[in-house]
Write a protein that binds this ligand. Structure first.
Ligand SMILES: Cc1cc2nc3c(=O)[nH]c(=O)nc-3n(C[C@H](O)[C@H](O)[C@H](O)COP(=O)(O)OP(=O)(O)OC[C@H]3O[C@@H](n4cnc5c(N)ncnc54)[C@H](O)[C@@H]3O)c2cc1C
Length: 438
């Protein structure tokens, strides 16, 4: 019997699988799709997601595959004006090794995550959807579309915006529609369109009309109201750009809603990613928030399985539900204004669990319990994030003598406590002589 059954192998489910497999948890991961997702859809990876991927040893591949967000070119008929970029173009600093929003097609992000799942001994089982669910106080029984009944200690619903698991749990998505119109997202091969720019067409009515160059320079991601395809997608895009569409590689429709569930845990079943909260694309938050759910829940499931004490699992909802609510407000605001960034809120570096159930002790300089631990060069030449790849908790003794206990997901658990060897069932690795408050 697997200890954890993950339903849905998108970015959320794959990230969770990595967080569990690298800590030796027995995982099954099933997906109703019969082939892997092939579209560019969620193409913006935020700095905080890359930092957490760095702790899982995956940042180098993400950085090598992605590109910085290009500048936008606004087209007014025959006139094109270079405008702003939706991402920053900052150099790395000591405490922010990945300061910029990176562009990477969602299929490629998922491919990188899936290869790591496989390297850790896991496997995505395609063509196996959830159909029914029943739980006792000790386990969960899930009936799959293949007819198989899987019994697991815990189940995590990562099955996306139309989550079947959410329906089986009786949870509702609460919230509102930001824009009633449906839009199209498509990956297009264009003839003679400059791949150095994200092309936008502000004179077109009905919402955002744009073509963003994807890494590799051959394909563009179209985002436009569905009406663009009224007389065929190729004809509509050709009219908008004055350029020919060579090939439509992939296309899909999406709505503009901000909705979320009001519970993240029903007994032994948890809900994460788009299954728990749906966002419009503005601000590039959906996939990133789902990955953050997975980083938060992963080590807590490991704690509960190792120690038998399941109380820590309640902190998943306590910490992540308010974050989703903040992100939904942010994306709603970004959708209705021309501004596209809110600095440390959109890049998720300012995300903090300060004041939450796991944050204790006093502050130290700018650092508060619950905050992200900034990266730092260590005395032995390594970086802190590199030294935190062990998967457990870390206790830092800085030059001022402060103990800073860091959770396995890179947030500060406690400042100023005694030296400890274990944190909720995770070994604690000690790192000496780093001044974190400087
Ligand atoms: C145009 C557009 C642009 C976007 N841009 C960004 C961006 O720049 N940055 C960002 O962070 N987000 C962005 N998003 C949002 C992002 O795509 C989603 O938030 C992300 O895909 C959510 O990941 P997930 O793993 O939670 O869900 P999904 O990616 O939806 O994955 C769910 C998985 O569950 C499987 N599944 C479904 N039903 C079942 C079932 N019954 N049983 C088993 N498996 C099932 C599906 O096959 C799928 O593989 C964008 C979205 C759109 C539409």
């Amino acid at each position: 019997m697997p200890q954890v059954l993950i339903v849905g192998a998108g970015a959320t489910g794959l990230t969770l699988a990595i967080e569990l497999l690298r800590r030796d948890i027995d995982v099954r991961i099933v997906d109703i799709a019969t082939e892997y997702f092939s579209g560019s859809r969620g193409k913006g990876i935020q700095p905080r997601s890359i930092e957490l991927l760095a702790m899982a040893g995956l940042a180098d591949e993400i950085m090598a595959s992605g590109t910085l967000y290009p500048f936008i070119k606004l087209h007014f008929g025959p006139i094109g004006i270079k405008a702003w970029s939706l991402g920053t173009h900052l150099p790395p600093s000591e405490d922010r090794p990945y300061p910029n929003l990176m562009m990477l097609a969602q299929w490629r992000t998922e491919e990188i995550l899936r290869s790591r799942v496989e390297a850790l001994g896991g496997k995505v089982e395609l063509g196996a959807g959830i159909e029914a669910l029943a739980q006792t106080s000790g386990d969960v029984r899930v009936t799959l579309t293949t007819g198989e009944v899987v019994t697991a200690e815990f189940v995590v619903a990562c099955d996306g915006g139309r989550s079947t698991t959410r329906r089986l749990l009786g949870l509702q998505l609460l919230g509102s529609t930001v824009d009633a119109k449906t839009s199209i997202v498509a990956d297009l091969e264009m003839e003679d369109l400059d791949p150095r720019f994200w092309h936008a067409y502000p004179l077109r009515r009905g919402g955002l009309h744009s073509l963003a160059p994807l890494p590799g320079g051959e394909l563009f991601q179209l985002q436009a109201p569905e009406s663009i395809a009224a007389n065929g997608l190729e004809a509509g895009v050709a009219r908008m750009t004055g350029k020919k569409v060579r090939r439509v590689i992939w296309q899909s429709r999406y709505g503009h809603q901000t909705r979320m569930v009001d519970r993240y845990r029903i007994g032994r079943v948890f809900i994460a990613g788009d299954a728990a909260h749906i966002h419009p694309p503005s601000g590039a938050q959906g996939l990133n928030t789902g990955m953050q759910d997975a980083f938060n829940l992963g080590w807590k499931l490991v704690s509960a399985i190792r120690t038998g004490d399941e109380t820590i699992l309640d902190t998943y909802e306590a910490e992540r539900l308010p974050v989703a609510a903040t992100m939904l407000n942010l994306t709603r605001e970004l959708h209705s204004t021309v501004s596209k960034s809110r600095g440390d809120l959109t890049n998720q570096l300012g995300l903090s669990y300060h004041g939450g159930p796991l944050a204790t002790g006093r502050t130290s300089g700018d650092l508060r319990p619950g905050d992200r631990i900034p990266d730092r060069r260590l005395a032995d030449g390594r970086r802190l994030y590199e030294a935190m790849r062990h998967g457990g908790a870390t206790q830092i003794v800085d030059t001022g003598g402060d103990h800073i206990l860091v959770r396995p997901d890179g947030y500060i658990a406690e400042i100023g406590g005694a030296e400890v060897t274990s944190y909720h069932g995770h070994d604690v690795v000690h790192i000496l002589a780093v001044d974190c408050s400087a």
